[in-house]
Design a protein. Sequence first.
Length: 277
Amino acid sequence: MALAVMLLFGSSYPVGKIGVNNISALVFVTLRVGIMALALLPFLKIKTFNKVNYKLILFFTFAMGLIVYPMIYLSLQYSISTSGIIILMQCSIPTGVLMSAFFLKENVSYKRWLVIGFVIFGVIIVGFDPLILQEPLGILFAVIGGFGYALASLFSKYLQKENPLSVNAWMAIITFPCLALLTLIIEPDAIDQVLGMNQASIITTVYSGLILSCVAQIGMFWLYKYYDVQTVLPLYSLFPIFGILLTVLMLDEYLTDYIIIGTVIVISGNYILQKIK
């Protein structure tokens, strides 16, 4: 199950890049979340949003719906190198481990601290890739998105006893009107963009809304339910392998030396992170 989830997550970046070639990132992510909200509406449970969980659900919604989703597509829109963005998003791994140690009191050994530093070094190398440096906004959005994902992972751990379908339904239903309003304010031509969508944008939007937002995201939620954050986040980092391969195949992107070296460091570092305590 874990590998299937990682494959789906890996496909999100080249698919998203194709999607934002015709419509803006904000329009794309708003449509994605809207489709997700409709798909998960039958699974919405009022009792999930109770006086115990409502703050956690709101925090999870803020992190995943209003930080991670928009930042992913904004980084793709403002960056030339999709592969570089995939690796930069891996800053969520060390950030997530640090957050789990601080908030969940999960133990982090000195060996893990060393490996975390190793992974960060790999991310920095990718950040200095000439193609990525041409669009500094892409770097900024990717780093913010990685931080948001680590934050969302933390809140999902607190919600592990709840039905993931219901939690994600609440997240999508709350997020959609917020994103829609923000998009209409920032981009007055948003409706015209939707009406002018080509076939590629329609397919990638539906795929992102149904397969990625529902199947992959909920699959990840289940992984967090049965494993601790420090175990799941390194598994999540395996998606760059699939993501970069699919990016090369689907977008015909060229991998620079910076991306190749940084990718090897990040992936090997996260593999070691899984093996040590």
